[in-house]
Design a protein around this ligand. Structure first.
Ligand SMILES: [Zn+2]
Length: 87
């Protein structure tokens, strides 16, 4: 029988799907029955999903294009912020 600490460790290893079938079934059963591990699994999945989306956003942003402000926009920004042109 899986213990909560073993479940949390297995979920963080990201290789729990490579476990033998009987161990994977025990893990799934524990997650289904344990309120804390079920909640923890959903949080881990949400974090993995966010990390995956962030990585995709960064890959899409690797186009080499740089967003630059026009000279007018820079001047307006300087006036608004009250800074002197330095760089
Ligand atoms: Zn548990």
């Amino acid at each position: 029988m899986w213990r909560c600490k073993q479940v949390s460790h297995a979920l963080f290893q990201h290789h729990h799907w490579d476990l033998p079938v009987h161990k994977r079934m025990g893990l799934k059963l524990h997650i289904a029955l344990c309120v804390f591990c079920g909640r923890f699994q959903r949080q881990v999945m949400a974090m993995q999903d966010m990390a995956r989306k962030y990585r995709l956003m960064e890959e899409e942003d690797q186009t080499g294009e740089t967003v630059r402000l026009s000279a007018e926009a820079r001047d307006r920004l300087r006036k608004t912020l009250g800074s002197t042109p330095g760089r």
